[in-house]
Write a protein that binds this ligand. Sequence first.
Ligand SMILES: [Mg+2]
Length: 218
Amino acid sequence: MPETTAISAPSLESLGLSRDRPLVLVDVDEVLGLFMQGFGDFLASRGLEMRIERFALFQNIYRPGEAQHVDLDTGRELFNAFFADHCHRIEPAPGAVAALNRLTASAEILILSNAPAEAERLRARWLESHGLKHPLILNSGPKGPIAAALTAQTPQPTAFVDDLLPNLDSVADHSPATATFQHVADERLRPFAPRSERHPRIDDWAELAEAIETAIRR
Ligand SMILES: [Mg+2]
C-alpha cells in the first residue's frame, strides 16, 4: 500500500464537477494530444530533429547529422520553452475529441496533465479551442496521490487514462477502485511504449471510449 495519500486537491464542486456521475480523469500529452508531433515541429523550427527511436523524450532530440542526442539540460530547456509558448499548437489525437464528447453523456471529465505551471493558460486555451470544456489540473510527479484525492470525493465509479506506466501504476496503487487504461496516441511511439498487464492498452479512441463506458457503468 502507498504510504500516504495526503495531498490537497480542489473539491469537485469547485471544479464544476458533479459527485452524482462517474468521474473520468484524462491525460493530455500522447492521450488527448499529439505531443511528440507538436514538440517535433517546435524542435524543427529551432533547427533540431526529433527521431523517435525509443520511448523517451530528451534522448530523441538531435542536432541534424549528429549521432549523439542533445544533453539533458538542453532537452529540459527546449521542453520548458515548448510549454511556455507553443503547447497550444499540438493536434488532437485522432478520435479523442469525439470520444470525450461521447463520454460526456455518461461521465464527468477532468483533464489531469503533467506540465509546467506556465503551461496552464495555453493548455486551457487548447482544450477550449477543441470544444473540450472540461476542468484542467496541472500536476507534477506521479499522478496517484492527486487522483486518489479526487476520486475519494465521489461514490461513483472512476477511470483514468494515461500513456505512461509510472502514472498508471501510481493511480492503481493509490486509488485501487479506479479503472486504468493506457493509450499511446502517436503511431510512431506505439511500438516502443512499454505495456503492463495491470492496465488495458487501447490505442484506438473509439474502442477506448467504449471500454471506459463499460468500466464506469454500475
Ligand atoms: Mg502523457
